[in-house]
Design a protein around this ligand. Structure first.
Ligand code: FAD
Length: 401
């Protein structure tokens, strides 16, 4: 018979495992129910199998939510990046290594499985249990207890932590049913959309560049207002565009229908005008190919209709303008995105104002806690999504005591 003081966690992902560890550390009998036959499939595929566990710097501006930035700022003080790093390195024995070019932290072993196994080991050492192949199909609260129907059995709990993730890459087990469980327990959910998702185009001039990658400056605009800009790598693909620059920009394009402008050269139009005046005998091809990969340089030349052997000093004013525009103000013709099947995270979800952010307890159902991607917070590329999962999970787990 289940005991009355059992804390049940639904979902053995990054947030669920962390929440369970902190619930067990605070003395709760802790049981995790997981759909899949193993824990945290998303950790395993994260960072290309290396797991970009954390960023090296964090600020509220690295996250997007319909809640105010101030809420996040206060939250991040409850478990700072440094404290989280100490937890991994010294408490669960996952040494971390900084990738200096990107500022990302990876496990020193460069293997995601090390992170997943360490979290799971810590939970089991604390007496916590994970029940695999336990897909939760319904939850009700009756007589002060949660009655949780799974594929094989019915489990009861006094405290329930919902850590079912979002809807992205559903083959990992996060199929969006968690939103339905939240709804059955009184919550709403903001419309979901693929965030951090590759974008598509019909512009064959660019899809023909599949495999070309370079660092660019990207900016997103809505009604001529700059929403966000950044510098990161763009990868051309058969479908369109991917890479960290595109993933970071994608949620503005997908959610806000923003325009995405790329500066392939990271120099301003002004600087290029001056350069051309100073170097009139340079050919158009050598001007661009000194800065970007040759295949892209040729595509830009084709796009603007100039001759590759033409000297820049001989270009008409209009052609010079078109060339500079294509180099540093290229508006990507986006037709769509690759969808939730490949998006790294799901935008939208349960609004933050439906939980008490000191404890992550639901404001709708007493004894219910929510953490991780199911909530309306997304982080940019760079370990920010795991940071969010962990910071929210620790508070939720600890608060069940
Ligand atoms: C390809 C890819 C690469 C990524 N790389 C990174 C990275 O390097 N760094 C980073 O910070 N973020 C990365 N992310 C994002 C990160 O993986 C997620 O933000 C994070 O895993 C969310 O944690 P979570 O625990 O909230 O949800 P999830 O990790 O999705 O875990 C939810 C768990 O709940 C289980 N579950 C769902 N419904 C039920 C149910 N009804 N019953 C029982 N169990 C259920 C699922 O099977 C799953 O195990 C990546 C994502 C993808 C897809």
């Amino acid at each position: 018979m289940p005991e009355r003081d059992t804390t049940v966690v639904i979902g053995a992902g990054a947030a669920g495992l962390m929440a369970a560890i902190w619930a067990a550390r605070s003395g709760q009998k802790t049981v995790v129910l997981e759909t899949k036959a193993q824990a945290a499939k998303k950790i395993l595929i994260s960072g290309g199998g290396r797991c970009n566990l954390l960023p090296s710097v964090v600020s509220e501006s690295d996250f997007f939510s319909n809640s105010s930035d101030n809420v996040l700022k206060r939250l991040f003080r409850t478990w700072t990046l440094e404290q989280m790093q100490m937890f991994f390195e010294y408490e669960i024995d996952v040494p971390l290594e900084l990738e200096s070019e990107t500022g990302k932290l990876f496990p020193a072993a460069q293997k995601a499985i090390v992170v997943r196994d360490a979290l799971q080991r810590e939970l089991v050492n604390l007496g916590g249990e994970i029940k695999f192949d336990h897909q939760v199909t319904d939850v009700k609260k009756m007589n002060g207890e949660f009655v949780i129907a799974c594929s094989h059995e019915v489990v009861t709990a006094t405290k329930l932590i919902l850590a079912t993730g979002g809807k992205s890459v559903p083959k990992t087990g996060s199929d969006g049913f968690g939103y339905e469980i939240a709804r059955r327990l009184g919550h709403s959910s903001l419309a979901n959309y693929p965030a951090l998702a590759p974008l598509t185009t019909n512009e064959t001039l660019l899809t023909d560049l599949s495999g070309v990658s370079l660092s660019v400056e990207w900016s997103t605009y809505k009604s001529n207002r700059l929403l966000e800009k950044g510098i990161n790598d763009l990868l051309f693909t058969h479908h369109g565009f991917s890479g960290p620059a595109i993933l970071d920009a994608s949620h503005w394009v997908i959610r806000d229908k923003a325009e995405l402008i790329i500066n392939f050269t990271k120099k301003s139009a002004e600087q290029w005008r001056d350069f051309i005046i100073e170097h009139p005998s340079t050919t158009t091809l050598s001007l661009i190919s000194d800065i970007v990969p040759l295949r892209l340089a040729k595509a830009i030349i084709e796009k603007t209709g100039v001759e590759s052997s033409e000297r820049v000093g001989n270009l008409t004013k209009d052609r010079r303008k078109a060339l500079i525009e294509a180099m540093c103000h290229y508006k990507l013709d986006i037709t769509g995105n690759r969808g939730l099947a490949v998006a790294e995270v799901t935008g939208g979800g349960v609004p933050l104002d439906e939980v008490n952010l000191s404890t992550f307890e639901s404001r709708k159902t007493e004894g219910l806690y929510l953490c991780g991607e199911i909530l309306d917070v997304i982080g940019r590329i760079g370990g920010y999504n795991f940071y969010w999962a962990f910071v929210s999970a620790r508070l939720a787990g600890e608060s069940t005591k």
